[in-house]
Design a protein around this ligand. Structure first.
Ligand SMILES: [Zn+2]
Ligand SMILES: [Zn+2]
Length: 204
């Protein structure tokens, strides 16, 4: 950064703007660090942003809106009911820098910890994640939230003697029926797998 002489008021102002921008970039970096050292304020920011989704994204169940940089919904930055100024500034800087999830350093563990619903890296049509009988079962009965949860469920379809029949008697289907009350384990396993398969290879 080139510092202007003190008496050049205009330049001073530019420095302040640049400095403020640099501070916001620092915030953005902590906000987008998804490891264990993620600051508490970032978790709070996630919640605030989840409550301010764009009208087009209201179909994305609020309970599964976690982070708009990891999922395919956006928080409102313009107009009534939009984000507060600090978060708005952060989102604008992220847009300006073109933050994309591919660029974020996300460890394999952190990838498993990412929300599977509306995963930003999913190549599927977003409808794959919209509310319907099977998706509701995955959310409410199987408590499937994360990529890691989906991996566990999808793996059950590889159980010995598992069939795609609704009344499959394999151990995975029987256990799943008992544990979660799911009436169609195979459909749920298959859907979890479809969601996983829709993620770019880098993600899981
Ligand atoms: Zn089975
Ligand atoms: Zn189910």
């Amino acid at each position: 950064m080139v510092y202007a002489p003190r008496d050049d008021g205009g330049r001073d102002l530019l420095d302040i703007v640049a400095r403020n921008e640099a501070i916001t970039v620092t915030w953005l970096k902590s906000y987008l660090s998804f490891g264990e050292d993620r600051p508490l304020w970032a978790l709070v920011a996630d919640e605030v942003m989840a409550k301010k989704a764009l009208a087009d994204d209201l179909s994305v169940d609020e309970a599964i809106r976690r982070n708009m940089y990891l999922q395919s919904w956006r928080a409102k930055v313009v107009g009534e009911g939009s984000l507060g100024n600090d978060l708005k500034r952060m989102v604008k800087i992220a847009d300006k820098l073109g933050v994309r999830q591919e660029a974020l350093a996300v460890s394999r563990d952190a990838q498993r910890q990412a929300i599977i619903w509306y995963h930003k890296q999913s190549t599927a049509n977003r409808q794959l994640f919209n509310a319907n009988r099977v998706n509701d079962c995955l959310k409410r009965k199987h408590k499937m939230m994360l990529v890691g949860d989906a991996e566990i469920l999808a793996r059950k379809a590889q159980t010995n003697r598992h069939t795609s029949r609704r009344d499959c008697k394999c151990i995975a289907c029987s256990d799943t029926r008992t544990a979660s009350g799911c009436a169609h384990p195979n459909q749920c396993f298959a859907k979890a797998r479809t969601m996983l398969m829709s993620l770019l290879p880098k993600c899981c």
